[in-house]
Design a protein around this ligand. Structure first.
Ligand code: 6PG
Length: 243
């Protein structure tokens, strides 16, 4: 596990601005190397704020959004046009405002497209095997107050998935109950994992995730690391970390 790089910010606005700036720089640099960077987006409120900030800054960056490949770390198993869909939220906040190439946007199949979350996970896994680069340039993750990331929740069977890219999750403690999530194995295949968390409601989970001791079963965010792992935090979310 790589040593996490913890970056603290005064508040959510400063946090989101810095993450957006760093992500745009990283995408520009990857494209300057002739690469087509693959990024994993996440759902949740701070991710939404980030997506909107990226859209605001897009015009001032040299990122060619048609040469960025989008995946999701997890998705809710609901109809494609449901406001609960992480992909729909990301489209409304970012993708619809920049020139993406739809061939490079890989949504998790929705509940009005396949019959079960298991089928969705299998189809998404097959798509990632065939279209994925084998790693993410950046995988974005939030963290829940219980220490979950993506849809890997404390004590859930998905934590133990092996030889699988994506799996179905049922009885999620965070509604909606049925989801599809990347596994730890899939999420670890990345040059960078970027956790982003804001607010004192996340302080305990962040502290547990970064503590020297603890279990992945209790705090799933402990289970993900990339070649580099960055925790992008505002001071409130970082408030229970050793100073
Ligand atoms: C989801 C998200 C989930 C989210 C965290 C943080 O589908 O619900 O992927 O993992 O990132 O729960 O969400 P908030 O930023 O809204 O607290």
């Amino acid at each position: 596990m790589t040593t996490p790089d913890v970056r603290r910010h005064d508040d959510a606005d400063v946090l989101v601005g810095d993450v957006a700036s760093a992500l745009l720089d990283r995408l520009e640099t990857a494209q300057a190397r002739g690469e087509v960077p693959q990024i994993g987006l996440t759902g949740g409120s701070i991710a939404e704020q980030l997506h909107r900030e990226l859209a605001r800054r897009a015009a001032d960056s040299s990122v060619d959004w048609s040469r960025v490949v989008f995946w999701w770390g997890d998705e809710r198993f609901v109809p494609r046009d449901s406001p609960d869909r992480n992909a729909l939220q990301a489209r409304e906040a970012l993708l619809d405002h920049v020139g993406v190439d739809e061939a490079n946007v890989h949504e998790v199949p929705a509940s009005d497209e396949v019959a079960t979350a298991e089928e969705s996970a299998e189809a998404y896994s097959a798509k990632m095997r065939s279209e994925g680069a084998g790693f993410f340039e950046v995988l974005m993750l939030g963290i829940g107050p219980d220490g979950h990331c993506a849809s890997l929740f404390p004590g859930h069977p998905a934590l133990d998935a092996r030889d699988a890219i994506a799996v179905a999750v049922h009885d999620s403690p965070k509604p909606p109950p049925d989801r599809v999530t990347l596994t730890f194995e899939a999420m670890d295949r990345c040059r960078a994992v970027w956790f982003i968390a804001s607010g004192d409601g996340k302080a305990d989970a962040v502290a547990r995730a970064l503590a020297p001791e603890g279990t992945i079963a209790e705090t799933p965010a402990r289970g993900v690391s990339g070649d580099e792992t960055v925790w992008w935090l505002d001071d409130a979310a970082a408030s229970r970390l050793p100073s």
